[in-house]
Write a protein that binds this ligand. Structure first.
Ligand code: GTP
Ligand code: MG
Length: 273
């Protein structure tokens, strides 16, 4: 066969991608990657210093994918080192520890840091995100449940997986879905394909449910200042009721959030003259 034709065919079949891992220190980013690439788990914590780099080859359908993995350090101390490495990523593995709420709450700030560092190049639609709710083997210390994590991820169009680098649960499924979506995106001209099944709720609904779950009192739940008037309470209530009414909102947790809002309003109105 003509060597040029052969080369062109091979080029079409092979693909080079860059992926990065993000999340707070000690959530298990390096262990997830090690579990996948080396099939082993190291219980001792060895903090990543700045960044670790590795290459792996995977097969997706008829294509060979060469994956460059940049495993970031989560500690704030290494910000100056990792900020160089956000650019040109096709995939991001966002990790939190299901036993540490602050690591889940920090996901938003990781996205913010990423957007900031990518600057004008920031086109989040051209990146595949997968969220790993990690350390699910430690069931007794779990504080962030599946519905909360899934809601955060899927309302943003991200994949969600429950993982354990320790037992291996969810790891190969997560990487398979991740690499397959990256390949789909590359074949789709660099745009994240729209999911075949829409999640059926908005990011605003998902974020509101999360805010309500984490609110510290009834004022906070309705999003009004302590000492607000009856009108202000009712206005805030109406807005939330329209957004979260179980007939209109199919997001997981909407029913509980709606009930909590009704109760918050009732208890506030009881005490407002
Ligand atoms: P930085 O490099 O500092 O950002 O941390 P990291 O996110 O890479 O964390 P790392 O993978 O080094 O893991 C931190 C600690 O958590 C280590 O002691 C791991 O053994 C432990 N660990 C990681 N994943 C799991 C898991 O799924 N289950 C359990 N039980 N422990 C885990
Ligand atoms: Mg690490």
């Amino acid at each position: 066969m003509d060597t040029n034709v052969q080369k062109r065919r091979e080029n079409k079949k092979s693909l080079r991608v860059k992926v990065i891992s993000l999340g707070n220190a000690e959530v298990g980013k390096s262990c997830i990657i090690k579990r996948y690439c080396e099939k082993r788990f190291v219980p001792k914590y060895l903090a990543t210093i700045g960044i670790d780099y590795g290459v792996t080859k995977v097969q997706v359908r008829d294509r060979e994918i060469k994956v460059n993995i940049f495993d970031m350090a989560g500690h704030p101390f290494f910000y100056e080192v990792r900020n160089e490495f956000y650019k040109d990523s096709q995939g991001v593995i966002l990790v939190y520890d299901v036993g540490l709420r602050e690591s889940f709450d920090a996901l938003d700030s990781w996205l913010t840091e990423m957007k900031q560092e990518m600057g004008s190049q920031a086109n989040m639609e051209s990146i595949i995100f997968v969220v790993c709710a990690n350390k699910v083997d430690l069931t007794k210390r779990r504080v962030v449940d599946e519905s909360e994590g899934r809601l955060w991820a899927e309302s943003r169009g991200f994949h969600y997986f429950e993982t354990s680098a320790q037992s291996g649960e969810g790891i190969s499924e997560m990487f398979q879905a991740f690499f397959s979506s990256i390949t789909d995106m590359c074949e789709n001209g660099g745009k994240r394909p729209t999911p075949e099944v829409s999640v059926g709720f908005t990011k605003e609904q998902a974020d509101t449910i999360r805010r309500i779950r984490n609110s510290k009192d009834s004022w906070d739940m309705l999003g009004v200042k302590p000492g607000a008037t009856r009108e202000e309470v009712n206005k805030a209530y109406r807005k939330l009721a329209v957004l979260l009414h179980p007939d209109k909102c199919v997001a997981p947790g909407s029913e509980d959030a709606f009930k909590a809002v009704v109760n918050a309003r009732t208890s506030l109105l009881k005490n407002i003259k």
